[in-house]
Write a protein that binds this ligand. Structure first.
Ligand SMILES: Cc1cc2nc3c(=O)[nH]c(=O)nc-3n(C[C@H](O)[C@H](O)[C@H](O)COP(=O)(O)OP(=O)(O)OC[C@H]3O[C@@H](n4cnc5c(N)ncnc54)[C@H](O)[C@@H]3O)c2cc1C
Length: 507
Protein backbone atom coordinates (compact mmCIF):
# COMPACT_ATOMS: atom_id res chain seq x y z
CA UNK A 1 0.00 0.00 0.00
CA UNK A 2 1.29 3.50 -0.85
CA UNK A 3 1.89 5.86 2.04
CA UNK A 4 -0.77 8.46 2.60
CA UNK A 5 0.04 12.06 1.63
CA UNK A 6 -1.48 14.68 3.87
CA UNK A 7 -3.06 17.66 2.21
CA UNK A 8 -0.72 20.63 2.50
CA UNK A 9 2.14 18.48 3.78
CA UNK A 10 5.46 17.83 2.17
CA UNK A 11 4.38 14.29 1.47
CA UNK A 12 4.43 12.76 4.91
CA UNK A 13 7.23 10.26 4.66
CA UNK A 14 8.56 11.74 1.46
CA UNK A 15 6.97 9.26 -0.97
CA UNK A 16 4.89 10.30 -3.93
CA UNK A 17 1.12 10.47 -3.51
CA UNK A 18 -1.05 7.52 -4.51
CA UNK A 19 -1.56 7.31 -8.25
CA UNK A 20 -4.30 4.69 -8.28
CA UNK A 21 -6.83 6.02 -10.85
CA UNK A 22 -9.60 4.37 -8.88
CA UNK A 23 -8.62 6.13 -5.67
CA UNK A 24 -11.70 7.73 -4.14
CA UNK A 25 -11.93 11.45 -3.72
CA UNK A 26 -12.78 12.46 -0.17
CA UNK A 27 -16.21 13.61 -1.37
CA UNK A 28 -17.00 10.13 -2.75
CA UNK A 29 -15.35 8.31 0.10
CA UNK A 30 -17.18 10.18 2.86
CA UNK A 31 -20.58 8.44 2.75
CA UNK A 32 -19.07 5.03 2.08
CA UNK A 33 -16.60 5.21 4.95
CA UNK A 34 -19.10 6.85 7.30
CA UNK A 35 -21.65 4.11 6.56
CA UNK A 36 -19.06 1.41 7.11
CA UNK A 37 -18.09 3.01 10.44
CA UNK A 38 -21.74 3.20 11.49
CA UNK A 39 -22.27 -0.45 10.56
CA UNK A 40 -19.27 -1.56 12.57
CA UNK A 41 -19.47 0.78 15.59
CA UNK A 42 -23.12 1.80 15.81
CA UNK A 43 -24.72 5.11 14.85
CA UNK A 44 -24.19 6.64 18.29
CA UNK A 45 -20.42 6.47 17.86
CA UNK A 46 -20.09 8.14 14.47
CA UNK A 47 -20.85 11.75 13.64
CA UNK A 48 -20.87 13.65 10.38
CA UNK A 49 -22.83 16.59 11.81
CA UNK A 50 -21.31 19.79 10.34
CA UNK A 51 -20.87 21.38 13.81
CA UNK A 52 -19.04 18.35 15.02
CA UNK A 53 -16.79 18.24 11.96
CA UNK A 54 -16.04 21.97 12.39
CA UNK A 55 -15.22 21.55 16.06
CA UNK A 56 -12.71 18.85 15.24
CA UNK A 57 -11.08 20.76 12.39
CA UNK A 58 -8.92 22.84 14.73
CA UNK A 59 -7.42 22.62 18.17
CA UNK A 60 -6.51 25.73 20.21
CA UNK A 61 -4.17 27.11 17.53
CA UNK A 62 -6.12 29.92 15.92
CA UNK A 63 -5.70 32.78 13.46
CA UNK A 64 -4.34 35.24 16.04
CA UNK A 65 -1.15 33.19 16.24
CA UNK A 66 -0.27 34.61 12.82
CA UNK A 67 -2.17 32.23 10.54
CA UNK A 68 -5.05 34.32 9.27
CA UNK A 69 -6.34 31.48 7.08
CA UNK A 70 -7.36 29.67 10.28
CA UNK A 71 -10.36 31.99 10.53
CA UNK A 72 -11.98 29.63 8.01
CA UNK A 73 -12.40 25.95 8.67
CA UNK A 74 -10.30 24.31 6.00
CA UNK A 75 -9.64 20.71 6.86
CA UNK A 76 -12.89 19.33 8.18
CA UNK A 77 -12.56 15.61 8.91
CA UNK A 78 -14.76 13.21 6.93
CA UNK A 79 -16.27 11.87 10.15
CA UNK A 80 -15.74 11.93 13.89
CA UNK A 81 -15.71 8.62 15.75
CA UNK A 82 -16.38 8.44 19.51
CA UNK A 83 -15.06 5.08 20.71
CA UNK A 84 -15.91 3.75 24.17
CA UNK A 85 -13.57 0.76 24.11
CA UNK A 86 -10.22 -0.28 22.68
CA UNK A 87 -12.13 -2.63 20.38
CA UNK A 88 -13.93 0.35 18.83
CA UNK A 89 -10.57 2.03 18.26
CA UNK A 90 -9.11 -1.08 16.65
CA UNK A 91 -12.18 -1.49 14.40
CA UNK A 92 -11.89 2.15 13.35
CA UNK A 93 -8.22 1.81 12.52
CA UNK A 94 -8.81 -1.35 10.48
CA UNK A 95 -11.66 0.21 8.57
CA UNK A 96 -9.78 3.42 7.87
CA UNK A 97 -6.84 1.37 6.68
CA UNK A 98 -9.07 -0.51 4.24
CA UNK A 99 -10.31 2.85 2.94
CA UNK A 100 -6.87 4.43 3.09
CA UNK A 101 -8.28 7.21 5.27
CA UNK A 102 -5.93 8.84 7.80
CA UNK A 103 -6.78 8.96 11.51
CA UNK A 104 -6.33 11.87 13.86
CA UNK A 105 -6.59 11.30 17.61
CA UNK A 106 -8.40 14.08 19.48
CA UNK A 107 -8.57 14.68 23.23
CA UNK A 108 -9.69 17.98 24.74
CA UNK A 109 -8.65 19.91 21.60
CA UNK A 110 -6.64 22.34 23.74
CA UNK A 111 -3.26 21.72 22.11
CA UNK A 112 -1.69 24.97 20.94
CA UNK A 113 0.34 23.77 17.97
CA UNK A 114 -2.25 22.29 15.63
CA UNK A 115 -1.27 18.73 16.61
CA UNK A 116 -4.88 17.50 16.63
CA UNK A 117 -6.05 19.69 13.76
CA UNK A 118 -8.12 17.84 11.21
CA UNK A 119 -7.16 16.39 7.92
CA UNK A 120 -9.57 16.87 5.04
CA UNK A 121 -9.61 13.23 4.02
CA UNK A 122 -9.39 11.80 7.51
CA UNK A 123 -11.37 10.44 10.39
CA UNK A 124 -10.96 12.07 13.78
CA UNK A 125 -11.04 9.69 16.73
CA UNK A 126 -12.37 11.67 19.68
CA UNK A 127 -11.35 9.91 22.91
CA UNK A 128 -13.49 11.93 25.31
CA UNK A 129 -15.98 9.08 25.86
CA UNK A 130 -13.12 6.80 26.92
CA UNK A 131 -12.89 8.68 30.17
CA UNK A 132 -13.00 6.12 32.97
CA UNK A 133 -10.68 5.25 35.79
CA UNK A 134 -10.43 1.48 35.37
CA UNK A 135 -8.40 0.45 38.38
CA UNK A 136 -6.62 2.06 41.32
CA UNK A 137 -3.96 0.24 43.31
CA UNK A 138 -3.69 2.53 46.32
CA UNK A 139 -0.78 0.67 47.92
CA UNK A 140 1.28 0.72 44.75
CA UNK A 141 0.14 4.26 43.85
CA UNK A 142 -0.65 3.18 40.29
CA UNK A 143 -3.82 3.97 38.41
CA UNK A 144 -5.17 2.48 35.18
CA UNK A 145 -7.14 4.99 33.11
CA UNK A 146 -8.65 5.51 29.71
CA UNK A 147 -7.02 8.29 27.67
CA UNK A 148 -10.02 10.65 27.49
CA UNK A 149 -10.13 11.26 31.26
CA UNK A 150 -9.12 14.80 32.17
CA UNK A 151 -6.47 15.41 34.80
CA UNK A 152 -8.98 17.27 36.99
CA UNK A 153 -11.43 14.33 36.93
CA UNK A 154 -8.58 11.97 37.73
CA UNK A 155 -7.72 14.14 40.75
CA UNK A 156 -11.35 14.09 41.89
CA UNK A 157 -11.32 10.30 41.83
CA UNK A 158 -7.97 10.06 43.58
CA UNK A 159 -8.65 12.60 46.33
CA UNK A 160 -10.73 10.30 48.61
CA UNK A 161 -7.71 7.97 48.69
CA UNK A 162 -5.32 10.79 49.67
CA UNK A 163 -3.71 10.71 46.22
CA UNK A 164 -3.29 13.13 43.32
CA UNK A 165 -1.82 13.08 39.83
CA UNK A 166 1.58 14.61 39.15
CA UNK A 167 0.47 16.66 36.13
CA UNK A 168 -1.20 20.02 36.78
CA UNK A 169 -1.31 22.13 33.60
CA UNK A 170 -3.23 25.39 33.33
CA UNK A 171 -5.80 23.33 31.40
CA UNK A 172 -6.16 20.71 34.13
CA UNK A 173 -9.94 20.46 33.62
CA UNK A 174 -9.75 20.34 29.80
CA UNK A 175 -6.60 18.44 28.85
CA UNK A 176 -7.03 14.69 28.58
CA UNK A 177 -4.44 12.22 29.71
CA UNK A 178 -4.00 11.01 26.11
CA UNK A 179 -3.51 14.54 24.75
CA UNK A 180 -1.08 15.64 27.46
CA UNK A 181 1.05 12.53 27.17
CA UNK A 182 1.05 12.74 23.36
CA UNK A 183 2.50 16.26 23.69
CA UNK A 184 4.55 15.52 26.78
CA UNK A 185 3.11 18.61 28.45
CA UNK A 186 4.33 20.28 31.60
CA UNK A 187 2.37 21.44 34.63
CA UNK A 188 2.77 23.32 37.88
CA UNK A 189 3.96 20.29 39.87
CA UNK A 190 6.66 19.34 37.39
CA UNK A 191 9.49 20.45 39.68
CA UNK A 192 8.63 17.46 41.87
CA UNK A 193 6.93 14.99 39.52
CA UNK A 194 8.23 15.80 36.04
CA UNK A 195 6.27 16.07 32.80
CA UNK A 196 3.03 14.37 31.70
CA UNK A 197 5.05 11.58 30.06
CA UNK A 198 7.02 11.06 33.27
CA UNK A 199 3.80 9.81 34.91
CA UNK A 200 3.42 6.92 32.42
CA UNK A 201 4.41 3.45 33.64
CA UNK A 202 2.76 1.39 30.92
CA UNK A 203 0.11 1.59 28.22
CA UNK A 204 -2.11 -0.24 25.74
CA UNK A 205 -2.51 0.98 22.21
CA UNK A 206 -3.76 0.21 18.72
CA UNK A 207 -1.05 0.17 16.07
CA UNK A 208 -1.49 1.55 12.57
CA UNK A 209 -2.25 -1.94 11.22
CA UNK A 210 -5.12 -2.31 13.69
CA UNK A 211 -3.30 -4.70 16.00
CA UNK A 212 -3.52 -4.14 19.74
CA UNK A 213 -0.48 -4.18 22.03
CA UNK A 214 0.17 -3.68 25.73
CA UNK A 215 3.31 -2.53 27.50
CA UNK A 216 3.07 -3.80 31.07
CA UNK A 217 3.46 -1.15 33.79
CA UNK A 218 6.73 -1.06 35.71
CA UNK A 219 8.38 1.76 37.62
CA UNK A 220 11.78 0.52 36.54
CA UNK A 221 12.87 -1.89 33.87
CA UNK A 222 16.26 -2.50 32.36
CA UNK A 223 14.57 -4.25 29.45
CA UNK A 224 14.69 -1.70 26.70
CA UNK A 225 14.33 0.26 24.50
CA UNK A 226 11.80 2.12 26.60
CA UNK A 227 8.61 1.62 24.58
CA UNK A 228 6.24 3.87 26.57
CA UNK A 229 8.80 6.64 26.07
CA UNK A 230 8.81 6.06 22.31
CA UNK A 231 5.08 6.73 22.21
CA UNK A 232 5.00 9.73 24.55
CA UNK A 233 5.42 13.04 22.79
CA UNK A 234 4.61 11.39 19.47
CA UNK A 235 1.43 13.43 18.84
CA UNK A 236 -0.70 10.49 17.77
CA UNK A 237 1.61 9.66 14.85
CA UNK A 238 2.80 6.20 16.00
CA UNK A 239 -0.22 4.55 17.65
CA UNK A 240 -3.56 5.37 19.28
CA UNK A 241 -3.32 4.85 23.00
CA UNK A 242 -6.34 3.24 24.67
CA UNK A 243 -5.15 2.83 28.29
CA UNK A 244 -2.47 4.32 30.50
CA UNK A 245 -0.98 3.06 33.76
CA UNK A 246 0.11 6.17 35.62
CA UNK A 247 2.09 6.80 38.77
CA UNK A 248 0.10 8.84 41.28
CA UNK A 249 1.29 10.53 44.45
CA UNK A 250 0.23 11.19 48.05
CA UNK A 251 -1.42 14.59 48.52
CA UNK A 252 1.15 16.53 50.54
CA UNK A 253 0.37 17.77 54.02
CA UNK A 254 1.19 21.31 52.96
CA UNK A 255 1.72 23.00 49.61
CA UNK A 256 2.72 26.59 50.23
CA UNK A 257 3.50 29.34 47.73
CA UNK A 258 5.59 32.45 48.46
CA UNK A 259 6.06 35.50 46.26
CA UNK A 260 9.07 37.78 45.84
CA UNK A 261 10.07 40.73 43.70
CA UNK A 262 13.45 41.44 42.11
CA UNK A 263 14.50 44.70 40.51
CA UNK A 264 15.69 42.84 37.41
CA UNK A 265 15.03 39.49 35.76
CA UNK A 266 18.77 38.79 35.74
CA UNK A 267 18.94 39.24 39.53
CA UNK A 268 16.02 36.86 40.01
CA UNK A 269 17.50 34.31 37.64
CA UNK A 270 20.90 34.30 39.33
CA UNK A 271 19.11 33.79 42.62
CA UNK A 272 17.30 30.75 41.14
CA UNK A 273 20.63 29.25 40.13
CA UNK A 274 21.79 29.66 43.72
CA UNK A 275 18.60 28.02 45.05
CA UNK A 276 19.13 25.03 42.78
CA UNK A 277 22.84 24.75 43.55
CA UNK A 278 21.99 24.62 47.27
CA UNK A 279 19.48 21.79 46.93
CA UNK A 280 16.45 24.07 47.25
CA UNK A 281 14.74 23.11 43.96
CA UNK A 282 11.00 23.75 44.50
CA UNK A 283 7.92 21.84 43.39
CA UNK A 284 6.98 24.85 41.31
CA UNK A 285 8.42 28.21 40.38
CA UNK A 286 7.58 31.01 38.03
CA UNK A 287 9.97 33.92 37.54
CA UNK A 288 8.42 36.40 35.17
CA UNK A 289 8.36 39.92 33.77
CA UNK A 290 5.23 41.51 32.28
CA UNK A 291 5.20 44.40 29.82
CA UNK A 292 1.73 44.62 28.26
CA UNK A 293 1.01 47.91 26.46
CA UNK A 294 -1.44 49.81 28.66
CA UNK A 295 -3.74 52.62 27.52
CA UNK A 296 -1.73 55.43 25.92
CA UNK A 297 1.32 53.23 25.57
CA UNK A 298 2.14 53.03 21.91
CA UNK A 299 3.44 49.52 21.86
CA UNK A 300 6.90 50.33 20.65
CA UNK A 301 8.73 47.08 20.00
CA UNK A 302 11.01 47.56 22.97
CA UNK A 303 10.67 46.67 26.58
CA UNK A 304 12.33 48.68 29.28
CA UNK A 305 13.65 47.41 32.59
CA UNK A 306 10.91 45.81 34.64
CA UNK A 307 10.74 44.18 38.00
CA UNK A 308 10.50 40.41 38.01
CA UNK A 309 8.19 38.41 40.29
CA UNK A 310 9.12 35.00 41.59
CA UNK A 311 6.48 32.52 42.73
CA UNK A 312 8.08 29.70 44.69
CA UNK A 313 6.17 26.65 45.89
CA UNK A 314 7.36 23.93 48.24
CA UNK A 315 5.26 20.99 49.37
CA UNK A 316 5.53 18.00 51.66
CA UNK A 317 5.49 17.68 55.44
CA UNK A 318 4.76 20.99 57.13
CA UNK A 319 8.07 21.28 58.98
CA UNK A 320 10.07 20.42 55.84
CA UNK A 321 8.10 22.91 53.73
CA UNK A 322 8.60 25.66 56.31
CA UNK A 323 12.31 24.86 56.59
CA UNK A 324 12.70 25.05 52.79
CA UNK A 325 10.87 28.36 52.67
CA UNK A 326 12.99 29.81 55.51
CA UNK A 327 16.26 28.83 53.81
CA UNK A 328 15.01 30.05 50.43
CA UNK A 329 13.82 33.37 51.93
CA UNK A 330 17.27 34.01 53.44
CA UNK A 331 19.00 33.30 50.17
CA UNK A 332 16.50 35.41 48.22
CA UNK A 333 16.96 38.36 50.60
CA UNK A 334 20.71 37.97 50.22
CA UNK A 335 20.23 38.11 46.40
CA UNK A 336 18.22 41.35 46.57
CA UNK A 337 14.71 39.81 46.44
CA UNK A 338 11.88 41.41 48.40
CA UNK A 339 9.01 39.34 49.85
CA UNK A 340 5.45 40.19 48.79
CA UNK A 341 2.37 39.50 50.95
CA UNK A 342 1.34 35.87 51.43
CA UNK A 343 -2.18 36.78 50.35
CA UNK A 344 -0.81 37.71 46.89
CA UNK A 345 1.11 34.46 46.69
CA UNK A 346 -1.99 32.46 47.63
CA UNK A 347 -4.10 34.36 45.09
CA UNK A 348 -1.57 33.79 42.30
CA UNK A 349 -1.33 30.07 43.06
CA UNK A 350 -5.10 29.77 43.47
CA UNK A 351 -5.69 31.44 40.08
CA UNK A 352 -3.28 29.30 38.13
CA UNK A 353 -6.04 27.64 36.10
CA UNK A 354 -8.15 30.77 35.56
CA UNK A 355 -6.98 31.66 32.04
CA UNK A 356 -7.70 28.16 30.80
CA UNK A 357 -11.15 28.23 32.41
CA UNK A 358 -11.89 31.44 30.48
CA UNK A 359 -10.60 29.76 27.35
CA UNK A 360 -12.98 26.87 27.95
CA UNK A 361 -16.00 29.02 28.71
CA UNK A 362 -15.81 31.60 25.94
CA UNK A 363 -15.41 31.01 22.19
CA UNK A 364 -14.30 34.64 21.76
CA UNK A 365 -11.39 33.99 24.12
CA UNK A 366 -10.47 30.99 22.00
CA UNK A 367 -10.33 33.24 18.95
CA UNK A 368 -8.04 35.74 20.68
CA UNK A 369 -10.49 38.49 21.59
CA UNK A 370 -8.83 38.79 25.01
CA UNK A 371 -5.80 40.40 23.34
CA UNK A 372 -7.59 43.73 22.92
CA UNK A 373 -8.40 43.84 26.64
CA UNK A 374 -4.98 42.65 27.72
CA UNK A 375 -3.13 45.09 25.46
CA UNK A 376 -5.32 48.20 25.20
CA UNK A 377 -2.31 50.30 24.14
CA UNK A 378 -1.46 48.18 21.09
CA UNK A 379 -2.03 50.10 17.84
CA UNK A 380 -5.43 49.29 16.33
CA UNK A 381 -5.95 48.86 12.62
CA UNK A 382 -9.43 48.01 11.56
CA UNK A 383 -8.37 45.43 9.01
CA UNK A 384 -5.23 44.10 10.71
CA UNK A 385 -5.80 42.01 13.80
CA UNK A 386 -3.61 41.96 16.86
CA UNK A 387 -1.44 38.84 16.79
CA UNK A 388 0.27 36.91 19.54
CA UNK A 389 2.74 34.06 19.67
CA UNK A 390 5.31 32.60 22.04
CA UNK A 391 8.45 30.57 22.39
CA UNK A 392 9.08 27.93 25.07
CA UNK A 393 12.70 26.87 24.77
CA UNK A 394 14.68 24.46 26.94
CA UNK A 395 18.33 25.47 27.24
CA UNK A 396 21.26 24.72 29.48
CA UNK A 397 20.83 27.26 32.31
CA UNK A 398 24.25 28.72 31.50
CA UNK A 399 22.84 29.74 28.08
CA UNK A 400 19.57 31.08 29.33
CA UNK A 401 20.43 34.74 29.84
CA UNK A 402 22.18 35.02 26.44
CA UNK A 403 19.17 33.29 24.83
CA UNK A 404 16.86 35.74 26.54
CA UNK A 405 18.92 38.57 25.08
CA UNK A 406 18.68 37.04 21.59
CA UNK A 407 14.90 36.73 22.05
CA UNK A 408 14.67 40.45 22.79
CA UNK A 409 16.98 41.18 19.82
CA UNK A 410 14.82 39.07 17.51
CA UNK A 411 11.70 40.85 18.77
CA UNK A 412 13.29 44.24 18.07
CA UNK A 413 14.42 43.16 14.59
CA UNK A 414 10.99 41.78 13.76
CA UNK A 415 9.10 44.75 15.22
CA UNK A 416 7.39 42.73 17.96
CA UNK A 417 6.75 43.59 21.57
CA UNK A 418 7.60 41.04 24.23
CA UNK A 419 4.75 41.25 26.71
CA UNK A 420 5.76 38.46 29.09
CA UNK A 421 8.87 36.43 29.57
CA UNK A 422 10.34 34.26 32.23
CA UNK A 423 11.35 30.91 33.55
CA UNK A 424 8.87 28.22 34.64
CA UNK A 425 9.54 25.19 36.85
CA UNK A 426 13.31 24.97 36.32
CA UNK A 427 16.08 27.40 35.34
CA UNK A 428 16.42 25.76 31.93
CA UNK A 429 12.88 26.45 30.74
CA UNK A 430 12.48 29.90 29.19
CA UNK A 431 9.28 31.34 27.70
CA UNK A 432 8.54 34.63 25.97
CA UNK A 433 5.19 35.81 24.61
CA UNK A 434 5.09 38.59 22.05
CA UNK A 435 2.62 40.79 20.19
CA UNK A 436 2.54 41.83 16.55
CA UNK A 437 0.20 44.19 14.80
CA UNK A 438 -0.23 45.69 11.35
CA UNK A 439 -0.74 44.05 7.98
CA UNK A 440 2.67 42.41 7.87
CA UNK A 441 2.25 40.99 11.40
CA UNK A 442 2.00 37.36 10.19
CA UNK A 443 5.21 37.69 8.19
CA UNK A 444 7.06 39.22 11.15
CA UNK A 445 5.80 36.49 13.49
CA UNK A 446 6.94 33.82 11.02
CA UNK A 447 10.41 35.35 10.91
CA UNK A 448 10.58 35.50 14.69
CA UNK A 449 9.47 31.87 14.98
CA UNK A 450 12.26 30.79 12.65
CA UNK A 451 14.93 32.95 14.31
CA UNK A 452 13.98 31.88 17.82
CA UNK A 453 14.05 28.19 16.87
CA UNK A 454 17.46 28.71 15.28
CA UNK A 455 18.73 30.54 18.34
CA UNK A 456 17.52 27.74 20.65
CA UNK A 457 19.31 25.17 18.50
CA UNK A 458 22.45 27.30 18.40
CA UNK A 459 22.36 27.52 22.21
CA UNK A 460 22.33 23.72 22.41
CA UNK A 461 18.68 23.48 23.41
CA UNK A 462 15.24 22.45 22.23
CA UNK A 463 12.94 24.99 20.56
CA UNK A 464 9.83 23.80 22.47
CA UNK A 465 9.53 22.20 25.90
CA UNK A 466 5.80 22.03 26.57
CA UNK A 467 3.31 22.23 23.72
CA UNK A 468 4.64 19.83 21.10
CA UNK A 469 5.45 20.73 17.53
CA UNK A 470 2.23 20.15 15.60
CA UNK A 471 2.15 22.10 12.39
CA UNK A 472 3.32 25.31 14.07
CA UNK A 473 6.99 24.44 14.50
CA UNK A 474 7.21 21.55 12.05
CA UNK A 475 9.38 23.45 9.54
CA UNK A 476 12.18 23.55 12.15
CA UNK A 477 11.96 19.97 13.35
CA UNK A 478 14.51 18.54 10.95
CA UNK A 479 17.07 20.95 12.39
CA UNK A 480 16.08 20.04 15.94
CA UNK A 481 16.59 16.31 15.36
CA UNK A 482 19.73 16.92 13.32
CA UNK A 483 21.49 13.70 12.44
CA UNK A 484 18.73 11.66 14.16
CA UNK A 485 16.13 12.90 11.63
CA UNK A 486 16.49 9.88 9.32
CA UNK A 487 16.30 7.51 12.25
CA UNK A 488 13.07 9.17 13.39
CA UNK A 489 11.58 8.72 9.94
CA UNK A 490 12.62 5.08 9.88
CA UNK A 491 10.81 4.57 13.19
CA UNK A 492 7.68 6.18 11.75
CA UNK A 493 7.92 4.07 8.62
CA UNK A 494 8.32 0.89 10.67
CA UNK A 495 5.29 1.64 12.86
CA UNK A 496 3.05 3.30 10.31
CA UNK A 497 4.28 2.36 6.83
CA UNK A 498 1.25 3.84 5.08
CA UNK A 499 1.51 7.14 6.96
CA UNK A 500 -2.10 6.97 8.17
CA UNK A 501 -1.65 8.21 11.73
CA UNK A 502 -1.91 12.00 12.01
CA UNK A 503 -0.24 12.71 8.66
CA UNK A 504 1.47 16.05 8.21
CA UNK A 505 2.55 16.12 11.87
CA UNK A 506 6.08 15.54 13.16
CA UNK A 507 7.42 13.36 10.32
C1 LIG B 1 -5.15 28.54 27.85
C2 LIG B 1 -4.26 27.34 27.68
C3 LIG B 1 -3.30 27.04 28.63
C4 LIG B 1 -2.47 25.91 28.48
N1 LIG B 1 -1.58 25.59 29.47
C5 LIG B 1 -0.83 24.46 29.36
C6 LIG B 1 0.05 24.05 30.41
O1 LIG B 1 0.13 24.66 31.47
N2 LIG B 1 0.80 22.95 30.22
C7 LIG B 1 0.70 22.19 29.09
O2 LIG B 1 1.40 21.17 28.98
N3 LIG B 1 -0.13 22.56 28.10
C8 LIG B 1 -0.91 23.64 28.20
N4 LIG B 1 -1.78 24.00 27.20
C9 LIG B 1 -1.87 23.18 26.00
C10 LIG B 1 -2.85 21.99 26.11
O3 LIG B 1 -3.83 22.21 27.07
C11 LIG B 1 -2.07 20.74 26.47
O4 LIG B 1 -1.14 20.47 25.47
C12 LIG B 1 -2.97 19.52 26.65
O5 LIG B 1 -2.23 18.51 27.29
C13 LIG B 1 -3.53 18.96 25.37
O6 LIG B 1 -4.44 17.96 25.75
P1 LIG B 1 -5.77 17.73 24.90
O7 LIG B 1 -6.50 16.60 25.52
O8 LIG B 1 -6.50 18.98 24.73
O9 LIG B 1 -5.09 17.23 23.54
P2 LIG B 1 -5.46 17.53 22.03
O10 LIG B 1 -5.15 18.93 21.70
O11 LIG B 1 -6.83 17.05 21.74
O12 LIG B 1 -4.42 16.56 21.31
C14 LIG B 1 -3.05 16.75 21.47
C15 LIG B 1 -2.27 15.64 20.75
O13 LIG B 1 -2.53 14.40 21.38
C16 LIG B 1 -2.88 13.42 20.42
N5 LIG B 1 -3.73 12.46 21.12
C17 LIG B 1 -4.84 12.72 21.86
N6 LIG B 1 -5.32 11.58 22.39
C18 LIG B 1 -4.52 10.57 21.96
C19 LIG B 1 -4.51 9.16 22.14
N7 LIG B 1 -5.44 8.55 22.88
N8 LIG B 1 -3.54 8.43 21.53
C20 LIG B 1 -2.60 9.05 20.77
N9 LIG B 1 -2.56 10.38 20.57
C21 LIG B 1 -3.50 11.13 21.17
C22 LIG B 1 -3.56 14.23 19.32
O14 LIG B 1 -3.56 13.56 18.08
C23 LIG B 1 -2.67 15.45 19.30
O15 LIG B 1 -1.54 15.18 18.52
C24 LIG B 1 -2.61 25.10 27.33
C25 LIG B 1 -3.58 25.42 26.37
C26 LIG B 1 -4.41 26.51 26.55
C27 LIG B 1 -5.46 26.79 25.52
Amino acid sequence: MEPFRAEGSNGGLGHSSPTDPNAMTPRRMKPILANALVRRLGRERVSIAPDDLDRHALDARRAFRGFLSLTRVRHRPLAVVYPSTARHVAETVRLCREHRAPLIAFGGGSGLMGSASGCADGVTVDFTRMNRLLDLDVESQIVLVQPGLTWARLNEELAPHGLESGHDPWTVSIATIGGAVALNGLGYLAGRYGSAADQVLGLSAVAADGSVFRIRPARKRSVGPDLPRLLTGSEGTLALVTEFSLAVHPIPELRRPALYEFTTFEGGFRCLLRLFSQGLAPTSLDLGVEDWPGPGDHATPTSGVHTARLLLVYDGHTEVVEAHHRRAARLIADSGGRPLPDSEAQAEWGNRHAVAEMWRADPAVRDGEWLRFRAPGAPAESNAPLLFDYVHACLPPSHLLPYRKSTHDVARRCGLRIVQDGVWIRPDLYSAAYLAWGKDGPRRLARARRDLARAAHAAGGSMEYVHGVGVHLKPFLKKEWGSAWNLMRKIKRALDPEGLLNPGKLF
